[in-house]
Design a protein around this ligand. Structure first.
Ligand code: COA
Length: 399
């Protein structure tokens, strides 16, 4: 029997801080209103050269460093995100390339703010089933790029960032003890981010033009989302504890999705727990969607709140509607990592970039030298698109 243990963790937040005061200069709101309703004071905004993939890479590289795992030994990379730079290639494949994780499978997972817990569960299952020996699970978002900055109901809430954990299989009991995943698509309209692909098909005429105008920004029915969130946090914590055969008294720390302090306070009341049992860092990050739980985990470790043998519950909720919880036996002591070691760790990623460039160059050269993959010139002649030159088969020229 294998168990999936968390052996590394890392986060990355962009440099640029955006305060409530700055937002209040462009939309009709105030710092006081935002703090009273959400607990958020500021959030980070990705720079022009940063993407979801670069944020994810930074978090993953730090997590691998803590784990002491070489990127070339990584077997699986999952990126939970709602803000990929492209539908494909997957952000996870970009991260695989940046890391030089040459043996890893990689894919993205879309479950909005529940995405990290979903991804953790998938990776844990891959390890316990024997399909993978280890996995890097990342939550990464550039929410600032999908916000309507004129909509005061949403633009105050979100921020950018990434967090990651490394999971490794072991025969020692512990690690991810249980997970519960849930969804309710009937509430899909409460929190939406339409995709970008709504192009018409011109050669088929107007009837195949796509279905109207889609604004590619987040829309939300705040009050209904608030009610949903407070209900599902308590339900899913209870469900996952039942699956792990633990009671609420066995839980040392709950790390919820960081959406809003009021949501967390209300959920704490429902669970009859002191709010101190919940880790909260939303004041400085805003809601970073799938990234919020692993970022909060890193902050909780830095604050010395996790000790070997602690039971920690992750609980996510958001668009879909979707919600999920995992209970994890925390069984590592953070290693003492000195700065020079960290800097040294980056050298391999410079090499990975070089390797990636060489592979690209190799493909260009191969394509130039080998020409078309069609085997011989005669066959090429037969399948010319205008049909001319065909010597037999349908559409062949009568001689
Ligand atoms: N500044 C000032 N006023 C604002 C505002 C802002 N940023 N945003 C909305 N308002 C106004 C509304 O226009 C409304 O005004 P009106 O009464 O004149 O119409 C008033 O405040 C109350 O709006 P309401 O939407 O009922 O506020 P609320 O108390 O529900 O708070 C949220 C709004 C968004 C903070 C709250 O609903 C919430 O936190 N929901 C959950 C959001 C969330 O976490 N989503 C992500 C989940 S993953």
């Amino acid at each position: 029997m294998k168990y999936a243990h968390i052996i590394g963790w890392g986060k990355y937040l962009p440099q640029r801080v955006l305060t409530n005061q700055e937002i209040s200069k462009t939309v009709d709101t105030t710092h006081e209103w935002i703090v009273a309703r959400t607990g958020i004071h500021e959030r980070r905004i990705a720079g022009t050269r940063e993407t979801t993939a670069t944020l994810a890479f930074e978090a993953a590289a730090r997590a691998l460093f803590v784990a002491g795992l070489h990127p070339s030994d990584v077997e699986l990379i999952i990126v939970a995100t709602s803000t990929p730079e492209s539908i494909f290639p997957a952000t996870a494949c970009q991260v695989q390339d940046y890391l030089g994780a040459t043996r890893a499978g990689a894919f993205d997972l879309s479950a909005a703010c529940s995405g990290f817990v979903y991804a953790l569960s998938m990776a844990s299952n891959a390890i316990t089933s024997g399909a993978a020996q280890n996995a890097v699970v990342i939550g990464a978002e550039t929410m600032s790029r999908v916000l309507d900055w004129q909509d005061r109901g949403t633009c105050i809430l979100f921020g950018d960032g990434a967090g990651a954990v490394v999971l490794e299989g072991s025969s020692i009991p512990g690690g991810v003890l249980a997970s519960t995943l849930r969804s309710d698509g009937s509430g899909g309209d409460l929190l939406r981010l339409p995709a970008v692909y709504h192009n018409p098909v011109p050669i088929l005429g107007g009837e195949f033009s796509q279905n109207g105008h889609h604004k590619n920004t987040i829309s939300m029915k705040g009050r209904q989302v608030f009610r949903f969130a407070t209900n599902v946090i308590s339900d899913s914590v209870q469900d996952v504890l039942r699956d792990a055969q633990l009671s609420i008294d066995d839980v040392d720390l709950i790390i919820p999705h960081q959406a809003n302090v009021r949501i967390i306070e209300t959920a704490a009341k429902r669970l009859k727990l002191p709010v101190e049992r919940f880790f909260i860092n939303v004041a400085r990050t805003g809601n970073t969607s799938a990234a919020s739980i692993p970022i909060a985990l890193c902050d909780a470790v830095d604050a010395g709140l996790l000790h070997p043998d602690d039971n920690v519950v992750f609980v996510g909720f958001g668009g879909g509607l979707s919600w999920a919880a995992s209970v994890v036996k925390w069984d590592v002591t953070p290693p003492d990592l000195s700065l020079p070691d960290r800097e040294w760790g980056r050298v391999r990623y410079v090499l990975a970039r070089g390797r990636s460039r060489l592979r690209q160059l190799g493909r260009h050269v191969a394509s130039f030298v080998e020409g078309s993959p069609t085997p011989d010139a005669r066959l090429r002649e037969r399948i010319r698109p205008d049909g001319r030159g065909r010597t037999h088969g349908r559409g062949a020229k009568k001689r």
